[in-house]
Design a protein. Structure first.
Ligand SMILES: [Zn+2]
Length: 307
């Protein structure tokens, strides 16, 4: 099994989609875990014949039993196969997951331990946001610490000095891991960072300082006006950008189905998805902390309902 981890919005799906397209995990069983209920990534990973989406619970904690049950089933089915036996599972964890407990759960399961070897834990690292995540998010640090291999995404958008500093810091936090650079899923060479000064991270992050981040699912009205929605989203990020870690969802617009994603205060350019009926359309998931779900829903209603 390959475990693919990384913070929210670090580019895990982009990377995985590219690898599948290139045939890297040919024949693999792909499991995508989403902490929120909306399996948006499902639409993006089609083309993989063996795909399961585990939605509604992060597999390192509340969704762990579901993951273990699914893995039992995969192993069961495999033992019935006589030819073309499944050789690899790729697990894309939710951005809220610490891969550590997932790997431990597999290793300590009396059945799975005989069937599954976790061969590598790959962790995507966001070149633009990872330094601040390392400073402030215990989870960001845990993900880096457990990686066998760190893949630094979006390095074409990063400031060269910041990138060198991030690479030097990653090397200090997890000296044993390999580091690669990627741009839109393709491996690219990393700059030399041997002269860069690593960030001095606090010895221990005080986890009680920050309330945990949580997902909220918001249904948009059928008649949602795209402009009002965009105004609401920018206002939200502008005022609460440090609390809102991630926004993701599919919005139906006259131009088609738009995949909307933000990472911290960065809004990624909306991507038009293939036309298909999905009951998850016009649903967005907001992941963050420091607010109440009711207040978030009320503010959206106020803005988008006012059109
Ligand atoms: Zn978890």
């Amino acid at each position: 099994m390959t475990v693919l981890g990384g913070f929210l919005g670090s580019g895990k799906t982009t990377w995985l989609r590219h690898q599948l397209h290139e045939g890297v995990f040919k024949g693999a069983f792909v499991i995508v875990n989403e902490a929120a209920e909306t399996p948006v990534d499902d639409a993006l990973l089609q083309g993989s014949s063996n795909l399961a989406v585990l939605a509604g619970g992060c597999a390192c904690c509340v969704g762990k039993e579901d993951l273990i049950a699914l893995l039992h089933k995969i192993c069961d089915d495999r033992s019935k196969q006589t030819e073309h036996r499944l050789e690899r599972i790729v697990l894309e964890t939710s951005g809220l997951a610490d891969p550590g407990p997932i790997v431990e759960a597999i290793r300590t399961d009396p059945i799975l331990v005989h069937h599954i070897i976790v061969s590598e834990t790959l962790v995507m690292v966001d070149a633009l946001h990872a330094l601040s995540q390392l400073r402030s998010e215990p989870l960001g640090r845990k993900q880096i610490e457990i990686a066998d291999c760190m893949m630094v995404s979006k390095i074409d958008d990063a400031n060269p000095d910041d990138l060198a500093r991030l690479l030097a810091t990653l090397h200090v936090v997890n000296p044993g891991a390999q580091i690669f650079g990627t741009v839109k899923g393709t491996e690219v060479p990393l700059p030399d960072f041997s002269q860069a000064e690593p960030e001095h991270l606090a010895e221990v992050l005080n986890e009680v300082d920050l309330p945990p981040i949580f997902p909220s699912k918001l249904a948009l009205d059928e008649t949602i006006d795209w402009t009002s929605f965009s105004v609401w989203l920018s206002a939200l990020l502008h005022s609460r950008g440090n609390d809102i870690v991630r926004v993701k969802g599919v919005v139906r617009t006259p131009a088609g189905r738009l995949l909307v994603q933000t990472v911290r205060k960065v809004v990624q350019s909306p991507e038009i998805l293939p036309e298909q009926e999905s009951r998850e359309d016009n649903t967005i998931v907001v992941i963050g902390r420091g607010y109440r779900e009711e207040d978030l829903a009320r503010s959206l209603k106020y803005f988008a309902g006012a059109s």
